[in-house]
Design a protein around this ligand. Sequence first.
Ligand code: FAD
Length: 457
Amino acid sequence: VDDENFDVVVVGAGPAGEVCAGRLAEAGKRVALVESELVGGECSYYACMPSKALLRAGQVLAEAARVPGAAQALSGKLDVRALLERRDQIIHGLKDDDQLTWLRERGIELVRGHGSIVSERVVQADDRRLHARSAVVIATGSCATLPPIPGLAEANPWTNRQASTAEAIPGSLLILGGGAVGVEMASAYVSLGTRVTLIENLPRLIAGEEEQASALVCESLRNLGVEVLLGMRATAVRRAEQDGPITLELADSRLLKADQLLLAVGRTPRTENLGLELLGLEPGEPIEVDERMRTPGHDWLYAVGDVNGRVLLTHMGKYQARLAADQILGRPTALCSDGRLSPRVIFTEPQVAAVGHTLKSAREAGLNVRAVDRPTGANAGASFVGHGTPGAARMVVDEDRRVIVGATFTGVEVAEWLHAATIAVIGEVPIERLWHAVPSFPTRSEVWLGLLEEYGL
Ligand SMILES: Cc1cc2nc3c(=O)[nH]c(=O)nc-3n(C[C@H](O)[C@H](O)[C@H](O)COP(=O)(O)OP(=O)(O)OC[C@H]3O[C@@H](n4cnc5c(N)ncnc54)[C@H](O)[C@@H]3O)c2cc1C
């Protein structure tokens, strides 16, 4: 075993680990970054990036079909082979060579292997023993949760990994779970020609978002041909042969049969085999952290990204990574955006872009709030983009502080609207001041004007 010394050892080179390592190295720290699979993590190869690549072609085609002049130029159908090739380019053919230059430029030492803590500030990565002078940062991410349904594990279901990298499109697909991953994959696969059935335990899809967003996404998926079963529990799974058809039994005894079954019922932090038990922490559970991403009781140990279970989104993991790096560098900033305040986008058609509270979560948090609603298609800009498509915008205003505490936009191509709302929510811009932030004509951002007028300004 070679003993090697670094300032910081980061375990896991997903977006959170990479950003943390990069910020520390740019500030002159000697950093080791340990990765057991691909530099870039789940996000780059099996999650955010390939899923958006699978969704994009169908959405562009649908938008072109709504624009007279462009619609007439369309002939034929979506080219699945070309779409999959583009997806493969986006995920770099599951190779991480391109990422390595970025690490090299910053002088970060990449250590290939499985990292685990062997004692305070010491990480074992295969046959290398890495000593950290100041801190160890855990950024090992998460993997798909396998719920305890009889027969499920033996049936070898798809997780996000197979769904995002599939080389052949199944004729039929059952999707268990109607959260962000479930609805995005349903949207993608139905556009590729798969017969999709989406099964959700709760009474509505994307249940953490505004009800009108859930309803619009559900209606749109049904219109696209997805069979959506709400309030329905899966009780058993059967698959006679490895690659044969799969049968799902529901609580009402109904049997559903398809070529594949995709699990999208949540994520499990990757904290097994990390040596956490040596520190009195529970393997398999998220690593609890404080507002500065430190693990209570172990001032040298940080956890950023999915592994701490706070907000399972790439941009929030990267934000946490910057906070952790700054703390290690002795220039601490406390967490201002977290949990419900996080911006989030679901890239279905229509998209759901939200930041801060929903009306329900604001009330549950004890805030004195009022919500105002406007359709997203009711201004001049909407004559050109997403024409004739349904959509809804909601702003939730804290009546005591006169600031926006939440905004949700549901509609075609609304993802890029979100940052204006994020600035208003996180910046706590007084609502009277927002009245002077005039949106350009004819952009769809005039929805802001509509919302403020509706509020009574
Ligand atoms: C289908 C899908 C779509 C998604 N779409 C979006 C989206 O559009 N936008 C968004 O913001 N979020 C999205 N997410 C969530 C996003 O993928 C995660 O929040 C993000 O990947 C978390 O980043 P991370 O760095 O914490 O972990 P990960 O990306 O999971 O990376 C962790 C890395 O650590 C490595 N590792 C694990 N254990 C060890 C070990 N012991 N030693 C060495 N290395 C180890 C892993 O190999 C991996 O490379 C999506 C998720 C899914 C499943």
